[in-house]
Design a binder for this molecule. Sequence first.
Ligand SMILES: Cc1ncc(C[n+]2csc(CCOP(=O)(O)OP(=O)(O)O)c2C)c(N)n1
Ligand SMILES: [Mg+2]
Length: 326
Amino acid sequence: MLSKETKLDMYWTMLLSRRLDERAWVLHRQGRIAFHISGIGQEAAQVGAVFALRRGYDWFLPYYRDIALMLALGYTPRDFALSMMGKSEDITSAGRQMPSHWSLRSANVPSQSATVATQTSHAAGIGLAIKLRGEDKVVLTCIGEGSTSQGEWYEGVNWAAIHRLPVIFLVQNNQYAISERVERQMAVPGPAAKACGLGLDGREVDGTDIFQVYEVIAEVAEKARRGEGPSLIEAKLYRITPHSSDDDDRTYRSREEVEAHKKRDPLLIAQAILEKEGVLTPKKLEELEAKAKRIVDEAVAYAEQAPYPVVDDNVTRVFAGEVSHA
Ligand SMILES: Cc1ncc(C[n+]2csc(CCOP(=O)(O)OP(=O)(O)O)c2C)c(N)n1
Ligand SMILES: [Mg+2]
């Protein structure tokens, strides 16, 4: 049973992520950052999953839309702003990698590749290490539904299923892989249906409801800790924004379709639940909005004045040596 404080904390993390993400779009349109890939509409799946796991103990292999997931793990808006602007203090790559290629040592988030689905085999490998060491840790790895067409995804999931590894494969089905609708990406109704052919527990969940996601991830995590193997969870949701700041989604979907999906905005759904339960009041909401704005303003202002990397730092942390960041 989640406490009122925890529920409010879950809502706050989604809200902060949304306001940071929205600011990134503004910064991009103002020419202050070069690129943004958004998680708007996917916050409930990401935050619900993290809160169901043990932070600082379990392992996380996110994908590029997991802004809210990373904030839930302790990555800060300032970290994100530094990365968006390619500044040298960026903790993921010292300003050399594209933004949203996360890593966070303190939260067991290894760095990731831009090649989709590579995190799946990393997750299976970490799962195997956990099993061999006899630990009760769990690995959560996220991916978009389109990327479950990659060969590497099948290999990683198959391996985890054969060896009953403690891995949760969370597929965020936002219905598009850039311009390709889900029906053109797979012959089955959705990624969860692939589970029976691979031999693991597969389930669908409403990915716009943070509390439903929390429940299902908590349940399969306990199974994984007991040695009962991996699970494939398909969170059904919708990508409200274009694929990235370089995409014009008007070329492949109607405005009416996008507007209709905004009625299932995960933030509004959580807000309605929490207002009904008396956890969130209009006054509290106003306070949280003001706090989010303050934090995002501060993060952007800090990152803008921070220095760019210098040429001599080109190979720092590329070859073996001390890794100083937390
Ligand atoms: C192996 C590989 N192929 C293609 C790409 C280019 N690419 C990046 S994101 C993307 C779409 C992925 O769609 P999906 O998995 O549904 O995730 P979403 O972006 O919808 O969250 C593609 C094709 C890539 N990064 N890696
Ligand atoms: Mg997709």
